[in-house]
Design a protein around this ligand. Structure first.
Ligand SMILES: Nc1nc2c(ncn2[C@@H]2O[C@H](COP(=O)(O)OP(=O)(O)O)[C@@H](O)[C@H]2O)c(=O)[nH]1
Ligand SMILES: [Mg+2]
Length: 446
């Protein structure tokens, strides 16, 4: 799977390996790296306008303070590129906008001939069926001779009902299919339509009529990922005539160059909802921008780099904290800041989601954050004055804090004791660089 992005991935890996290890990078380094990336994108057949926008915004951001002045500028640079690629792909996974199962939701599939509409309709039906919905497949491709038969065979394979008629009137079929769905308790109607070899007026006119009749919640362009950037013009034409709500990319298992995936979202503004990944009816997956971005940038390598970039940022914050402690001592407010910073790193879970084999394997409950949450609640229940000077925390204040944070006086006492110990340690070792790490560790534990 994913042969299609291999080439572009190789380039990214080279560029990153080169730049990530540098302890300082110049504007020239950034420009060179971005130039290489630009060529890789163009070679992958990404739309020129998309490439230009990507290049400009990356250079601008990479030349900013945060990168050039940071401890590990190469890593920050990689993170910026990752974020931009992710944005190209649509940031977050988008779900189908289906209505509740007490009404009928119609999904209209359209696209050029051979794009994968008919196969895709069956693949989606299978998926929805497995999710507990009751799909109905509708054969509205009345142009290609064997089209109805093709859908019938697929429907039978996945044991999903099909609605078909011996006619050339597609809108009529769509209309009758809805009645059929209502009578037979189907809640999701997937309408397969006729494609042409290229965008053509007759086809558009017919699908516009079909759309009017069936009032779909989703009007989805099914596009072949092997088409490269020419898919962009096709998408635009369909969108103008039919107001698309989303896109499905098929043949992701091919060795296409990836241009379509990287162009479609940003040119059309429509989310990529699913991808077809093979000939089998189960070769169908939701489109996860994070996974694809990780994949494009060379997965393993880049994931760890992005993670490191995040850590480096933490390190810089920690360094600032050290300086402050050396001067003023460590306060409960500092402890709160630390807790909250550690909590933010929860996003590491998201990063792990992109590692092959890890996706879906991580159980939120396995990451124990409850201790930290309680500690945070305790400090949050203190006044500013108390956070600055723990010495004023007498019994009645502790009781109030326990009540305010929904914890016990015992827990408050424990936290203050832990704080005092840490504070002492901090003072002793405030010039010791390894201390922050130790400190963090201590908090993670019980
Ligand atoms: N390898 C691969 N082949 C696909 C995929 N989706 C569709 N196909 C094949 O592409 C061809 C055209 O698909 P079809 O659904 O008939 O396209 P339609 O004309 O848009 O309805 C068929 O041979 C499918 O098996 C996919 O994700 N991967
Ligand atoms: Mg078809």
């Amino acid at each position: 799977m994913f042969i299609m992005l291999e080439k572009i991935t190789n380039t990214f890996s080279d560029v990153f390996r080169n730049i990530a290890g540098k302890s300082t990078i110049s504007e020239k380094n950034i420009e060179d790296a971005v130039e290489q990336i630009k060529n890789a994108l163009l070679e992958a057949d990404v739309n020129l306008r998309v490439v230009r926008r990507f290049v400009n915004s990356t250079i601008e951001e990479a030349k900013g303070e945060k990168v050039l002045r940071s401890v590990a500028p190469g890593q920050q640079f990689v993170k910026i590129v990752y974020d931009k690629i992710l944005a190209l792909l649509g940031d977050k996974k988008t779900d189908l906008q289906l209505k509740g199962q007490d009404t009928i939701s119609t999904i209209l599939f359209l696209g050029l001939q051979g794009a994968g509409k008919t196969t895709g309709a069956a693949k989606l039906a299978l998926r929805l069926k497995n999710e507990g919905r009751k799909p109905l497949l509708v054969a509205c491709d009345l142009v290609r001779p064997a089209a109805i038969e093709q859908l019938s065979v697929l429907a039978e394979k996945i044991d999903v009902p099909i609605y078909k008629e011996d006619t050339k009137d597609a809108p009529k079929v769509a209309k009758n299919a809805l009645t059929f769905a209502a009578k037979n308790g189907c809640d999701t109607v997937i309408v397969d339509t006729a494609g042409r070899l290229q965008v053509d007026e007759d086809m558009m006119a017919e699908i516009v009529q079909v759309k009017k009749v069936c009032n779909p919640v989703e009007t989805i362009l099914v596009a072949d990922a092997m088409m490269g950037q020419s898919v962009v013009d096709v998408a635009k034409a369909f969108d103008e005539a039919l107001s698309l709500t989303g896109v499905i990319l098929t043949k992701f298992d091919s060795d296409a160059r990836g241009g379509a995936a990287l162009s479609l979202k940003s040119v059309t503004g429509k989310p990529i909802l699913f991808m077809g990944t093979g000939e089998k009816l189960t070769d169908w997956e939701p489109f996860f921008p994070e996974r694809i971005a990780g994949r494009i940038l060379g997965m393993g390598d880049v994931v760890s780099l992005v993670e490191k970039a995040q850590e480096t940022f933490e390190e810089e914050e920690a360094e600032k904290l050290q300086k402050k402690i050396a001067k003023e001592g460590f306060s409960l407010q500092d402890m709160l800041d630390q807790l909250q910073r550690v909590k933010k790193m929860g996003s590491i879970q998201n990063i792990l989601e992109m590692v092959p084999g890890m996706a879906g394997q991580i159980d939120e409950s396995q990451i124990d954050t409850s201790v930290m949450k309680r500690q945070e609640a305790i400090i949050l229940s203190m006044t500013k004055k108390e956070r600055e000077n723990h010495l004023i925390l007498g019994p009645s204040r502790r009781k109030r804090i326990a009540r305010g944070s929904g914890t016990s006086v015992g827990e408050v006492n424990k936290l203050i004791k832990q704080f005092e110990k840490t504070r002492l340690m901090m003072r002793k070792f405030s010039k010791n660089k390894g201390l922050q790490a130790q400190f963090m560790q201590q908090f993670g534990g019980k």
